[in-house]
Write a protein that binds this ligand. Structure first.
Ligand SMILES: [Fe+2]
Length: 306
C-alpha cells in the first residue's frame, strides 16, 4: 500500500492563460506565486498545512483544458522506489518523472500513474516548501487548498483502487460517490460518476461562514455562475458555495469540515447517504454542477436511478 501524506497540487491546462490567472487571483483569491513561460503557479495556504508550507497548490499551463493532473505527496519520500514496484505489480502504469518535469513541478522526484478511469496522478517525493507567506489576490478568507472532486467511470472499481493502492479510507458514501480521507479531514478526494476522467471541483477552505456568504454576494455581483449553495453538506458538516471558473472548472469555498482523529480510526464506520436533495445540502440548495446535476431524474428528490 502506498501511504500518502496529503494532496499537494493540481495542474490544469487552459487555452487562455491570462484569463485563468485573472480569475484565479482576482476572483478565487489565490496568489500568483510565479509565471514561467506557459506556466503559472498559485499559492493558497495561509497556514502551514499538516506541517507544510506548500510552494504552490495549483498550476495552470497553456494546453488542453481537459488535461488535469493531481499531485499526491508520499508520507515517506524514501518509499518512491517501492511505489514504482507496487504499481508495476498491480499492473498500473508507473513512470519516473524526468529532471525537467521535476523542476517544472518544483519537487525532488515523482512517479506518474493513472487510476482505472484514466485520471493522471503524480506521486510526489519532497515537494518544495515556501519561505514566503501567501498574499491573497483578494480577501476571500482562504486558509488552504483542501480537497478535490475527481471523475470516475466506475465508482466501485475506483473505490477499490483508492483504498487498496493508496491509504485512502471511505468516510461516507453519497449514492455511489465515495468520499475518501487521506489524513484527518473527512475527505480529500471525492469520486463523481461520469463518462470521462478529470477533476470535477477544487476546494479551498476559508476562515468563516462570513467568508462563504461574502463571496456569494461578491460572485453574484460579478455574474459568476454559482453552481451550488450556499449550503451545508450533512456528510462533512462543511458550509459551502460552489462556482464556475475558466474552462468550466468548479471551485468551492467551504468551512467547518469535520475531522476523524487517529483515535477514532479503529471504530469509525462510513455511512451511506441517499443521493437526495437534503443529503447534498441540508439547507436545500440544488446543484447545477457537473457530477451532481447530470444524473438527477427528479430535482427535488435527487434520487439516482441506475
Ligand atoms: Fe467539495
Amino acid at each position: 500500500m502506498i501511504h500518502l501524506h496529503d494532496i499537494r497540487y493540481v495542474r490544469m491546462g487552459t487555452r487562455d492563460l491570462d484569463a485563468a490567472i485573472a480569475f484565479a487571483t482576482k476572483i478565487v483569491g489565490l496568489e500568483l506565486a510565479a509565471k514561467d513561460g506557459k506556466w503559472a503557479y498559485f499559492k493558497s495556504d495561509k497556514v502551514a498545512v499538516r506541517g507544510d508550507t506548500r510552494d504552490h497548490t495549483l498550476a495552470y499551463f497553456e494546453g488542453d483544458p481537459a488535461d488535469h493532473v493531481v499531485g499526491l505527496e508520499l508520507k515517506n519520500p524514501n518509499d518512491l522506489d517501492k511505489v514504482g514496484a507496487e504499481l508495476d505489480n498491480a499492473k498500473y502504469p508507473a513512470r519516473l518523472g524526468t529532471k525537467d518535469e521535476c523542476e517544472q513541478r518544483r519537487v525532488k522526484a515523482f512517479i506518474a500513474t493513472q487510476d482505472p478511469t484514466g485520471n493522471k496522478i503524480e506521486i510526489v517525493a519532497r515537494p518544495f516548501n515556501s519561505g514566503v507567506r501567501y498574499f491573497p489576490g483578494r480577501d476571500a478568507g482562504i486558509t488552504h487548498f483542501s480537497h478535490i472532486g475527481l471523475n470516475t467511470t466506475d465508482p466501485k472499481r475506483d473505490e477499490k483502487f483508492w483504498t487498496t493502492v493508496f491509504n485512502a479510507r471511505v468516510s461516507d458514501w453519497l449514492g455511489d460517490t465515495p468520499l475518501f480521507r487521506i489524513h484527518t479531514a473527512h475527505h480529500s478526494v471525492v469520486l463523481f460518476p461520469t463518462t470521462r476522467p478529470g477533476i470535477q471541483h477544487i476546494n479551498h477552505q476559508v476562515e468563516d461562514i462570513d467568508d462563504v456568504m461574502r463571496s456569494w454576494y461578491f460572485l453574484k455581483e460579478r455574474n459568476i455562475n454559482i453552481v451550488f449553495g450556499p449550503g451545508r453538506h450533512p456528510l462533512s458538516g462543511a458550509m459551502m458555495v460552489y462556482f464556475e471558473g475558466p474552462d468550466g472548472m468548479v471551485f468551492e469555498y467551504s468551512v467547518g469540515v469535520k475531522h476523524i482523529m487517529p483515535e477514532e480510526e479503529a471504530t469509525y464506520r462510513p455511512r451511506q447517504f441517499p443521493f437526495e436533495r437534503y443529503a447534498l445540502d441540508m439547507w436545500g440548495s440544488l446543484p447545477t454542477v457537473s457530477g451532481f446535476a447530470e444524473k438527477k431524474p427528479e430535482r427535488e428528490k435527487m434520487r439516482v436511478v441506475v
